[in-house]
Design a protein around this ligand. Structure first.
Ligand code: HSE
Length: 436
């Protein structure tokens, strides 16, 4: 049978992995897919750089649009990243009747609804396993493997750069800037690491997971995003003394009145498996009503791990492309006409528990005042530590863990606590999840 013909848009790290793994495993892939999978050409801006990535044999072009819409191409693999021109190329490929594979989480988080609607209209598939957690097959797991379940929540370490930085801060006791510099030196963090450390990359990914877990449109504009830039080593240490680790988690949860969708540094019990995911590794926990808790662990980035997901999508499309479009797996796991309009909750409506570090004057009645305010707002304290703050014996750090409450209540209580003249610095507030 004639091989499936692939156009690669982009010739960077992921494309080089795709080319290498397709060549290395071609017999195995042919046995799986039922026919060969062959790259017909690669589009790249810098030919010399592209040659170093993909070798000398494949045809190279700088005409991205020409390749994306070329008559003899079956699948366009968009591996260039960024919004434009990736969006324009993907939409053009879809309109030209090509199936699309993309690793581009930003594109899907921001324009997924438009892209999936176009794919539906033109009867083609858009596959995106590599867009979330690199080599971990989490999209397929949630969309297909867990299809029996009413998903309750998904929580993931879905950014390797920040996990590497947090691991260094904990292991070596270094501050954020030192850990970031080390991540950059070792090639884990980009020269401009903003999207990673400010939580935006994780927000793109949890937005996609939210859509396929709960059958709602992708809604990047509704995600609450907080990165790790302001995290202090002291809080990692105190959290540890209380039996917790701090991880940058993407969390999406089905709540009573809507869906929670958030990314922030989170205390999780040190005894949870996911708390022990260190360095640049990724892990996603999915809680389903039937299956209970499931954990998916692996490399969230890198040439061949990401290629592993891209090629799995190529195999899937090769197997399914002759199937009636109405009977393929829906892009967002639920039938397009059955997506729900369940609202994404604003942060004040979210329920979680908290870690507070309050730098206070060390005198009689200070702790009583703080606990009184928390009690007045209906909050119950779970644990308490008091530690010298290192300046002198006039000042101290009070560290509190609360039980679950509404974020709105915490906001109100914190405004009052912050206004006390015995509170000497901005209160550090981190969210805590038991992940039960
Ligand atoms: N920059 C991402 C990370 C990998 O650090 O995990 C690609 O999404």
């Amino acid at each position: 049978m004639k091989a499936m013909r692939i156009a690669l848009l982009g010739a960077g790290t992921v494309a080089s992995g795709v080319v290498r793994v397709l060549q290395r495993n071609q017999d195995e892939l042919c046995r799986r897919a039922g026919r060969g999978i062959e790259v017909v050409a690669v589009a790249a801006r810098d030919a010399a750089k592209a040659r170093r990535a993909i070798g000398e044999t494949l045809a190279l072009t700088d005409d991205f649009m020409g390749l994306a819409t070329r008559e003899d191409v079956d699948i366009v693999a968009e591996l260039m990243g960024g919004i434009e021109p990736a969006r324009e190329l993907v939409l053009a490929a879809i309109r030209a009747g090509k199936h699309v594979v993309t690793a581009n989480k930003a594109l899907l988080a921001l324009h997924g609804n438009e892209i999936f609607a176009a794919a539906q209209e033109h009867g083609v598939m858009v596959a995106f396993e590599a867009a979330v957690a690199g080599g971990i097959p989490i999209i397929k797991a949630v969309r297909e493997g867990l299809a029996a379940n009413r998903i309750e929540w998904v929580a993931g370490i879905i950014n390797g750069t920040t996990n590497f930085i947090l691991s260094s801060m904990r292991d070596k006791g270094v501050d954020f800037a030192t850990a970031l510099a080390e991540a950059q030196r070792l090639g884990y963090a980009e020269a401009d690491p903003t999207f990673d450390i400010d939580g935006v990359d994780a927000a793109h990914k949890i937005t996609i997971l939210c859509a396929i877990a709960f059958g709602v449109p992708v809604q990047f504009d509704r995600v609450h995003v907080q990165g790790i830039r302001d995290l202090e080593t002291a809080d990692i240490r105190y959290a540890e003394q209380l039996g917790y680790r701090i991880k940058l988690l993407g969390i999406t949860r089905r709540a009573e009145d809507g869906i929670e969708l958030r990314v922030h540094p989170t205390l999780i019990p040190a005894t949870r498996l996911v708390a022990n995911v260190e360095g640049a590794m990724n892990a996603v926990v999915v809680q389903g009503d039937a299956v209970g808790s499931t954990l998916f662990y692996g490399k969230g980035a890198g040439s061949e791990p990401t290629a592993s997901s891209v090629i799995a999508d190529l195999v899937d499309i090769t197997r399914l492309h002759t199937a009636d479009p109405e009977h393929r797996v829906p892009h967002l796991a639920f039938q397009p006409g059955a997506l729900a309009d369940t609202p994404i909750l604003a942060m004040p409506q979210v329920r979680t528990s908290y870690y507070l570090r309050i730098h206070v004057r060390d005198e009689a009645g200070v702790l009583a005042e703080i606990t009184h305010i928390l009690a007045e707002h209906g909050m119950s304290i779970d644990a308490l530590l008091q530690r010298p703050s290192g300046e002198d014996d006039q000042h101290t750090d009070v560290i509190l863990l609360t039980h679950e409450t509404l974020e709105q209540r915490m906001d109100q209580a914190l405004a009052r606590i912050q206004a006390l003249d015995t509170v000497l610095a901005p209160v550090v507030r981190l969210r805590k999840e038991e992940l039960r």
